[in-house]
Structures are given as structure tokens and as C-alpha cells.
Design a protein around this ligand. Structure first.
Ligand code: HEC
Length: 72
């Protein structure tokens, strides 16, 4: 789970969540209070095939996750 802020000291604009289900990532973009899911072209940004999330996370070092604590 990640709080998304424009700047380190700004209020969060969104929560983004990754959860593994059946070996695949499930993606969610929600309001900071986690009460509403954002939409894109009328579709909720939640599911296993959220191209906008997965497309960028495909560049992560391993398992589509950027912030692994490698070697610790
Ligand atoms: C343009 C590239 C990009 C897009 C699009 C993107 N992310 Fe990320 N995401 C990152 C980067 C880079 C990090 C690690 C650095 C940081 O935390 O800002 C990250 C971190 C995360 C993390 C913390 C785990 C990790 O990988 O480090 C979660 C959870 C997450 N993103 C979810 C999402 C979701 C859900 C979406 C779609 C709504 C999304 N992201 C879209 C680049 C992206």
C-alpha cells in the first residue's frame, strides 16, 4: 500500500494498493480514506488487469514491486 502525495509534506491524494491473489497482482487506486475507488473512463481502477498500473510496474526490479528491501 502506498500513500500518493505531490510532495513529501503534502496531504495524500490517493492510496494505491497491490495485493497478490492466485499468484497475480490485484491493483486498486482509492481515496485517502479508502472509501471510494477512483475510476478511469467510467471503469473502477481496481482489478487484476489495470494496464496503467501494471505497465509502469513492469519496470520494477522484481515481481513488479519497486521498493523491495533487497539483501536484508
Ligand atoms: C509511472 C509509473 C507508475 C505508475 C503508472 C504506477 N506506479 Fe506504483 N509505483 C511506482 C514507483 C516508481 C514506485 C516506488 C517509488 C514510490 O513509492 O514512489 C511505486 C510504488 C507503488 C507501491 C508500493 C510498492 C512498490 O512497488 O514499491 C504500490 C502499492 C503501488 N505503487 C501501486 C500502484 C497502483 C495500484 C497503480 C495504478 C493505480 C500504480 N502503482 C501506478 C511507479 C508507478
Amino acid at each position: 500500500m502506498k500513500e500518493n502525495r505531490a510532495k513529501a509534506d503534502a496531504k495524500p491524494e490517493a492510496l494505491t494498493v497491490m495485493a497478490k491473489e492466485g499468484g497475480r497482482w490485484f491493483w486498486i487506486k482509492a481515496t485517502p480514506d479508502a472509501k471510494k475507488v477512483f475510476t478511469d473512463k467510467g471503469q473502477p481502477i481496481a482489478g487484476k488487469d489495470v494496464a496503467m498500473c501494471a505497465g509502469c510496474h513492469a519496470q520494477a526490479p522484481a515481481d513488479e514491486v519497486f521498493t523491495h528491501d533487497f539483501g536484508k
